[in-house]
Design a protein around this ligand. Structure first.
Ligand SMILES: *Cc1c(COP(=O)(O)O)cnc(C)c1O
Length: 226
């Protein structure tokens, strides 16, 4: 019998496959399962269905869930905003990727603390490509300069690309525009290889605009519309 997590993953794979083949057969898309509303039992069930990367947006939740699930070699992604007083906590959690580095100031602070602990962290620069005041991220016009500043001055931060959250709109053109804005910046960054865009409701559109890492929560965990 196929359990519902396997079925949800299968459905997602089929949708991704369709979207990515429209770009190129060489365009590979990775999935982060966003587990912020899910219990450790649900995470373990999805892990057993074959999904091994998970994302959390609160330091405390990532800590407690990663401790409870220590027996599984889960790859934890941090996708939430990071307060300065939590930087050391994030470093200790050692995420495989921090998606939401959202200011130069935070980058300098993070780099300093990484240095003190002789550690490094793979990060994405978050771009506020929808220009929504509720969203964090650097403004698109400044993204390249800030990216290069971090590359030059923050040796303990390994910048590997960009992240954005699609415009919060029912207008597909507006959502597409926010993805395209981020992709245009990404294309100008020679060293960038990761473009984290797309969630349950807009990952197909994000892939169409070049995303190679999608962050999917509700679709995998049966929350809200599937
Ligand atoms: C919650 C969240 C997601 C996943 O959203 P769903 O709509 O549940 O797929 C993706 N990215 C970020 C940054 C989030 O906070």
């Amino acid at each position: 019998m196929i359990d519902r997590y396997t079925a949800n993953l299968d459905k997602l794979f089929i949708a991704i496959e369709k979207a990515r083949l429209n770009i190129s057969e060489h365009h590979i898309v990775d999935i982060v399962a966003v587990s912020k509303y899910s219990t450790t039992d649900e995470i373990e069930a999805l892990y057993n269905a074959g999904q091994h990367s998970f994302g959390e947006n609160k330091i405390q939740d990532m800590k407690s869930k990663s401790v409870s699930l220590e027996h599984l070699p889960i790859r934890w992604h941090y996708i939430g905003s990071l307060q300065k007083n939590k930087i050391n906590n994030l470093i200790d959690l050692d995420p495989v990727l921090f998606h939401s580095l959202d200011s130069l100031e935070l980058a300098y602070e993070l780099d300093k603390k990484l240095k003190q602990k002789t550690k490094s962290m793979r990060c994405l620069l978050q771009v506020n490509s929808s220009f929504e005041s509720s969203k964090s991220g650097v403004v698109p016009d400044e993204a390249i300069a800030i990216y290069q500043d971090i590359e030059k001055n923050c040796p303990n931060i390994i910048l590997v690309g960009l992240m954005c959250i699609g415009a919060n709109s029912t207008n597909t053109d507006e959502v597409a525009r926010s993805f395209k804005t981020t992709k245009d910046i990404y294309d100008k960054l020679e060293s960038a290889t990761v473009l984290s865009m797309g969630m349950s409701d807009d990952f197909e559109l994000a892939i169409k605009h070049g995303s190679n890492l999608i962050r999917v929560g509700s679709r995998l965990f049966d929350r809200g519309e599937v």
